[in-house]
Structures are given as structure tokens and as C-alpha cells.
Design a protein around this ligand. Sequence first.
Ligand SMILES: Cc1cc2nc3c(=O)[nH]c(=O)nc-3n(C[C@H](O)[C@H](O)[C@H](O)COP(=O)(O)OP(=O)(O)OC[C@H]3O[C@@H](n4cnc5c(N)ncnc54)[C@H](O)[C@@H]3O)c2cc1C
Length: 343
Amino acid sequence: MLLQAVTCNRHRGDLARPLQFRSKAANIPGHLFPGFKTPDSVWKNDNSMSAASLIAGLEHIVRENEPLAPYTSLGIGGVAEFFAEPTTVEELTELVRRFGAANQPMRLLGGGSNVLVRDEGVPGLVVHLGAPEFCQLEAVGNQLHAGGGARLSHFISTAVREGMAGPEQLVGIPGTIGGALHANTGAGGFDIGSWLVRAEVLTRTGERLIRERNELVFSYRASSLNELVILRATFGFERESPSELTRRMQKNWIVRRASQPSLGEPAAYVFKDHGGESAASLIERAGLKGTQVGEVEVLDRNCNYFVAKAGASSADFLRLVDLVRRQVEDRLDIKLALALQVW
Ligand SMILES: Cc1cc2nc3c(=O)[nH]c(=O)nc-3n(C[C@H](O)[C@H](O)[C@H](O)COP(=O)(O)OP(=O)(O)OC[C@H]3O[C@@H](n4cnc5c(N)ncnc54)[C@H](O)[C@@H]3O)c2cc1C
């Protein structure tokens, strides 16, 4: 048995962030964010309830107008109106109940590797599961229990060490268990949903439920596990020797690194594959390799990654998405679907 409680889900920006980071944007008047009311006006107008009373007693885990760029792989985009990092399931449940009752938007942020935050920012609550309570990994027999905020990389290395076969195929894919289950993340014909036994979720009304494998549907980059929060999940595996799994993981790592952006390069994996052909190959066939809009560029060595260079905006990113989608449709008569979530 192995128990690992790690401070998970750190992002490239985290190392530079002071502990009690306060956003400069917190002092920017609401009118500078189009369509963005100040929190107090939102609560008072719509709910006869002030923002202060909504987060009363939870101020230690909630920040207002928090920039989301440091929490995403792309490193661009605006602020979250409210940003919470709960330390326990009870705190998380309380927050969800309050924001749910006030009918406010709520979103869950995992590793931020599959999210583009619009420049205008995100209204309502964004929850980030970075606390150790949400990131535990525990191997018991043929099963691996994982917190929704546990990093996929920790999950993979634990499985390999414990002789559990399958996850070594996903090495090099960034993100968390929650984000991976939400999108049924995978590569080379292996998807994370295929190993799931059950998941514990929290609904938008603050109810905790168990979802068993036989009531869930996983398909290509899609899953019916769509409650607000995936709290934890249990996976079951076939056994293989750790040395054989390590060998396979290293081989996969080398192959994947060769086709991915450089480590730390702000990038996103943009479209789903189509009809058995990779999105990268379709974009290349449409002659769009290296295409650039503003400071966002289609990566040469794998056209399904768009890289956000210094000074890039989410508006640039969305313009490039639009341009690539239209050109692929015009030239190949194929409609590409987004893998990336746009907030
Ligand atoms: C360099 C690079 C390579 C990639 N390669 C691949 C690849 O080979 N295959 C592939 O499939 N994907 C790939 N991706 C996409 C991405 O890594 C995966 O989709 C990943 O699983 C997203 O996890 P995340 O924790 O970062 O999710 P986020 O980006 O934080 O969130 C994505 C979605 O999941 C939801 N979510 C996150 N956590 C939870 C939770 N605990 N409960 C409920 N919902 C949650 C969010 O609300 C959001 O809707 C790649 C991305 C990058 C940047």
C-alpha cells in the first residue's frame, strides 16, 4: 500500500507567486472588464445578497479578481471574479452550496492544460483543487485511488512503480485526474476512462454521489462524468512488472516529447482528431503549418498545438482557432471540433 499526499497541481507561474498573492486587477474598476459587474453589484442586484456575505467565514480560501493566466498552460486570459482553493471537502461543499443557491456560475479548474480563459475573465466562482486533501494517491491491490486534483504525472509514476499496466501510455500529457476524466484524456488508443472503476463527485447543489463505471459512458475525448467536481476516483489495472512498465514509459516519453511543444512553452492542444486522421495532420494538409495570428502560432512540428508567445492575447488565440477551422473546412471539407475548453 502506498499513500502519497503531495502538494499537487503546481503551475509554471506558481513558483513566482507570493503566498498571499493579491491581484493588481483587484483594484481595476468593473467597467474595464466588458460585461463584468463588480461582485457587490452582482449580488445586490440579483440576489439581495452581498459578495461579502456570500464568502463570509471562507475569506481564507477565496480571492476576488484573481488572474487565471498563471494557472493555465497557455498563460493568457483574464481574471476569475471569485477564485477558491478549498482545503477540505467540507469547505468545498459549503462554497458550492452558497454559490449554487445564489445561482452563480461555477467552474472547476484542474491543471489548466485544456482551458483557454477569455481576456474578459470569468464571472462567478472558479475552484482550484490544489490542497493535499484533493491530491492523494493510494495503491491497494490492483486498484489505485486518486484525488481529483492529483497530477496525471504522479498517477502515472505511482502506477508504474506499483506494477499497474496502462497509465504508462499517457506519460507526458499534462493535467490532473479530474481534468483527464472530464475529457477522457488519452493517447495512442489508451484512454483514462477505460481503467475507471468508480468516481466520487460533488454536484452543483452540493450533493456527494458515487458514480459506478457501468452507469458511465466514455468515448473519444468525451465522458458522461460531468458533475461539477470529480472529487476522487478508483481505477483497476492488470499487473505487469515495474521494470517492463518503466521501459515502456521511457519509450513513450521520448516519442511524445518529440511531437510536443518544449517543456514550459505556453501552448494548448486545440482540436479533436477527425475520422481516423489526427488534427495535426489535417491542419498540415490544409497548408497551415506555422500560421500566426498576433502572437499565437501553429507549432511547426505538431500543428495541433498552438503556442502563445510573449504578448499574446486570448482574442489572438480565438482568431487563429477560427482561421484554422475555416481553412480546413474550405480546403478539406472537414469540420474540426475543439478539444480545448473556452471559458
Ligand atoms: C502539451 C500538451 C499536451 C497534451 N496532450 C494531450 C494528449 O496527448 N491527449 C489528450 O487527450 N489531451 C492532451 N492534452 C490536453 C490536456 O492535457 C488534457 O485534456 C488534460 O487531461 C486536462 O486536464 P487538466 O487537469 O489540465 O484540466 P483543465 O484544463 O484544468 O480543465 C479541463 C476541463 O476539465 C474540467 N475539470 C478539471 N478538473 C476537474 C475536476 N476535478 N472535476 C470536474 N471537472 C474538472 C474543467 O472544468 C474543464 O472543463 C495536452 C495538453 C497540452 C498542453
